[in-house]
Design a protein. Structure first.
Length: 367
């Protein structure tokens, strides 16, 4: 392999508006820059990966000796040239130059770039523009045809000797290495990029991709002369669940899980044991909680439910309960999983004197 993967991570993140540079913040449970390293290793396309950064305390040993950390420059083009020169020392023939702030590219894209580099001196991924673009020159404004707009991405791949020569002769700041080729009218192979491969520039770009989780739990005693409701479904059974409301442990657990995920306290805060809510049906309690979820601009990824009871048997009513929850929450049934658990006849639940439920929900924000 004569390919070297260069990750640029020496920027100051001035637009990110955070006390920590964006390339080192936690993103999807790991530092942002690590996503690019891991994908480059997993692609098996590179003999060496260079992380160009001003944080030299990064431990490179955990990356199977594939990573070399080198000190970056003042500007992006300075760091790029430092990486290219180091790649030359390593004997690389080709370099892939990538912004650490683009963690969501795929290994498939890497392989497509590599394949096209076999027949070209420069390969640049791009996506089209869905927006109407205007161009300002002094005091005048011009319309640009959307179909002619190319939004270039990284990784960008080059023959090392070509990009080294252009970078060494460059005296101006550039936003990417493709600019150097275009300025000299050199031929570039443009290939389709990926919409998900967007650059993280502002703090909101990170927040949009955060996943939040909520945990809900409820338990009620079984009593005679009361109807049994589970997930909004009336279950034919000799006993129902005691409680100030209808005692639906499934919907109560879902409500608490949602409130936990959006950090809005618990079910008792909104539905206290007062005369106003006596014997209230749980679907009525769920409705305003779902409204809070929607108002905070979140959507549900999935709902995992453990219904814990000795009897009745959950499997007999599983589909009806899932259908009911799907309808009440206005989500697809395939986002809902319902499991029935017994407790081997232990405790109140095992003696058929109580039913419990626990729920985990995951939610994301709309872009």
């Amino acid at each position: 392999m004569n390919n070297c993967f260069i990750i640029l991570a020496a920027g100051q993140s001035k637009r990110f508006k955070s006390s920590k540079h964006k390339q080192f913040i936690s993103y999807k449970n790991r530092p942002l820059y690590e996503h690019s390293i891991i994908k480059a290793i997993e692609s098996k396309l590179f003999s060496k990966i260079l992380l160009v950064t001003n944080n030299l305390k990064i431990d490179s040993k955990k990356f199977k000796n594939k990573l070399k950390v080198i000190k970056g420059g003042k500007e992006r083009c300075d760091s790029s040239l430092i990486g290219i020169r180091y790649a030359k020392k390593l004997g690389a023939k080709n370099v892939f130059i990538h912004d650490a702030a683009r963690p969501n590219f795929s290994i498939r894209l890497l392989k497509n770039i590599s394949k096209n580099l076999n027949r070209n001196k420069a390969v640049i991924p791009y996506i089209g523009s869905a927006d109407s673009i205007k161009y300002k020159f002094k005091k005048d404004y011009f319309n640009l045809k959307r179909e002619n707009i190319l939004k270039t991405q990284t990784p960008q791949a080059f023959r090392l000797k070509d990009i080294l020569k252009l970078s060494m002769n460059n005296k101006k700041k550039v936003n990417d290495e493709a600019t150097l080729f275009i300025n000299k009218n050199y031929k570039i192979k443009f290939i389709p990029g990926e919409n998900k491969n967007s650059k993280i520039t502002f703090l909101d770009d990170i927040k949009e991709h955060e996943t939040f989780y909520g945990l809900g739990f409820d338990i009620h005693r079984l009593v005679k002369n009361k109807k049994l409701y589970l997930g909004g479904v009336k279950i034919p059974y000799h006993s129902g669940l005691a409680g100030h409301s209808d005692g639906d442990v499934v919907l109560h657990s879902i409500i608490d899980a949602i409130l936990g995920a959006i950090r809005k306290k618990d079910i008792g805060t909104y539905f206290p044991n007062t005369e106003k809510f006596k014997n209230i049906r749980s679907p009525k309690m769920l409705k305003p909680v779902l409204k809070k979820l929607n108002q905070t601009n979140f959507y549900i990824n999935n709902l995992d439910i453990n219904l814990i009871c000795q009897k009745p048997r959950v499997s007999k009513y599983r589909n009806k309960i899932i259908d009911s929850i799907s309808r009440l929450m206005n989500i697809n049934k395939d986002l809902i999983n319902l499991k029935g658990k017994t407790v081997e006849k232990l405790g109140l639940i095992g003696k058929e004197k109580a039913i419990a439920c626990e729920v985990i929900i995951s939610i994301n924000k709309y872009d």
